[in-house]
Write a protein of this length. Sequence first.
Length: 291
Amino acid sequence: MPMNRRELLAASAAVGVAAAVPSGARQSVPKAKLLLSSQEGIIPARDLAERLAKMEKWGFDGIEVGGGGFPGRVEELQKALANSKLKISAICAGTPGGPLINEDPETRKKAVAAIKELLTCAGELKSTGVIIVPAFNGQTTLNHVEARKALMDLLPEIGEHGAKVGGRILMEPLNRGEAWFLRLLADAAAMCREVNSPGVAMMGDFYHMNIEEPSDMGAFISGGKWLHHVHLASRKRVLPGQDERDFTNGFKGLKLIGYQDYCSLECGCDGDREVEIPKAVKFLRGQWAKA
């Protein structure tokens, strides 16, 4: 069968990035592991205790919580997790307090303060980090050059606080329909490298990557040591395994960089969640084994 353009680009990029990783570097990375997580709202339950029990039963390793209700939720989560094998994978915040990229200094100041508060909570919960989007579409009138400068001026301060409290931000590239500024994992990694702080990192999302990246493997390799979280969703943004989206190419990339953090569901579901979510867990572990 003839390949379409996306498949051809993906195949070419995969060969290129695999060849670009020196054999010595491949041998020096730790063995990657698949730690599965889910955003809390995806799991059907009456309360947090029931949700954690179901996730444990279905084979999850972590839970990703929303950014609302903090710092008040820290104690509740600590108590609930004391009797669970699950850990907090990440706090999904988006633009807490407003966008970091904005023409108004007060808006930026509020955003930094809100992120710092969440970073402190993330440290207390021993979470991988706090997921942030620098700005969604329509949240700023700054052009690309001005937007990057605004963000880079703020990241050192955020990173310093994160390092102090044991937390890190996870910048999330989105597709162009949601955020024009940050769309590629390589761009996010370049900013992390420039800031060079343990409090500033990035993540990838299979749904957005399917739109923006020519290769899942190449995208994750470009993230490298700055990649500390992954979102899982199919092409139609439903559960993995519910459409034709393949995850093996991306999982190969995670294995090449020795990925140690969580892969977390952020998606909808076709059908009964009680039935479909355990099937998705099995599907993902099968894809990991195949990669």
